[in-house]
Design a protein around this ligand. Structure first.
Ligand code: SAH
Length: 352
């Protein structure tokens, strides 16, 4: 029996013997994947090694024929039939390294793209962050080495330059590297710098977009970032550093929705600055923490009460701050908004 698809996902093969045939380079991905699924993996790098594997073959549940270009493996289907062992054929792992930036979305597994899942399934190594679907990386990338380079605010676990060096080094070794990032790779994700580093090293790099928290997290509590007759634009800003007076003047004057990421620590300056620059203190606003988790919480208040409300609620990063009349629109019909994910039932809300 032959099949073309490798076993991936949650299949468990502990207690099973798997014989993988093919050169080390071509077969590396299959070997890593079957090991990660718990199988006892025996390898034959060249066809002549097969003869010595007779004992393993008599216990084998599966033979994996990796297409390494060697016609000497042509006897495998007959051997598998004779031994009554299932045979699967698999493509060789690529010769040359690649880097794929994957936007992981806001953290909910169902909100990772199909393209992102495919890239993870084929990865040799995954560098991942604190945000995004981190809980299921191992399941989505069976056989990949998983490296946590996540940062917490003010505490840079792995400096950005070092992350880039590690990614490039892995790809230069010939590995398929996935850089998994929260949300979209190009929204405050430093994705551009990582692309630059790969291009400078002459490596092929692909970027797969992700669902950004700046739109999805407000959406999950029923706040549309635009709404006909209410807001015809939205600005997504980083609150990592306090805004300058110029920036505050422009933000306050735009007349659209303001979405601030990384904005909890600088919330007092942001709010004071917007009011000082003429934004109506009664503008509805919200801080939505830990979107798409079972501890998601939203704190809603008029702009002039927001800092107090957020302090009382002890709002903490990661959170999306939304300022604009759309916050009130959402409040009218948020119960009608379909929530993705099982977490929806246990969400808390508070209003000042
Ligand atoms: N590239 C990401 C943003 C990276 S900056 C994106 O497109 O979403 C990190 C900030 O994103 C956090 O400090 C927080 O403001 C926001 N964020 C990301 N995921 C979030 C989530 N699940 N809930 C709330 N905020 C989130």
């Amino acid at each position: 029996m032959t099949a073309n698809a490798p076993f991936i996902g949650t299949t468990q093969l502990s207690g099973h013997v798997v014989v993988v045939c093919g050169t080390q380079r071509a077969a590396r991905r299959a070997v890593a994947r079957y090991r990660s699924l718990g199988a006892a993996v025996t390898t034959a790098v060249v066809p002549s090694e097969m003869a010595a594997l007779s004992p393993a073959l008599s216990r084998a549940s599966l033979i994996v024929a990796v297409d390494d270009g060697n016609p000497g493996w042509d006897f495998l289907p007959a051997l598998a039939r004779e031994r009554r062992v299932m045979l699967v054929q698999e493509e060789a792992a690529p010769e040359h390294g690649t880097v794929t930036l994957v936007g992981g979305g806001p953290g909910e597994a169902d909100l990772l793209t199909v393209a992102g899942r495919k890239a993870l399934a084929q990865a040799d190594v995954v560098y991942y962050d604190r945000l995004g679907p981190v809980g299921i990386v191992g399941e989505l990338a069976p056989g990949a080495e998983l490296i946590d380079v996540g940062k917490t605010p003010g505490h840079h676990k792995v400096p950005q330059g070092r992350i880039q060096d590690m990614m490039v080094a892995s790809a230069l070794e010939g590995k398929s590297v996935v850089r998994l990032k929260g949300g979209d790779p190009f929204v405050f994700g430093r994705g551009g710098e990582e692309v630059d580093a790969c291009v400078a090293a002459g490596l092929p790099v692909t970027a797969i977009p992700g669902i950004t928290s700046s739109i999805s997290v407000p959406g999950t509590v029923g706040i549309p970032v635009t709404h006909r007759g209410v807001a015809k634009m939205f600005t997504v800003a980083s609150g990592h550093q306090p805004f300058s007076d110029d920036e505050l003047e422009h933000l306050a004057g735009l007349g659209g929705t303001i979405v601030v990421l990384m904005g909890v620590a600088t919330l007092p300056q942001t709010v004071a600055g917007l009011i000082r620059n003429g934004l109506d203190p009664k503008t509805p606003a919200a801080v939505i923490e830990r979107g798409y988790t079972d501890t998601q919480r939203s704190t809603v208040a008029a702009l002039d009460k927001l800092v107090m409300a957020a302090a009382e609620a002890k709002c903490a990063s990661p959170a999306v701050v939304v300022i604009g009349d759309v916050v009130a629109v959402g409040n009218d019909w948020k119960e009608l908004v379909a929530h993705v994910g099982a977490a929806a039932g246990s969400r808390e809300d508070s209003r000042a």
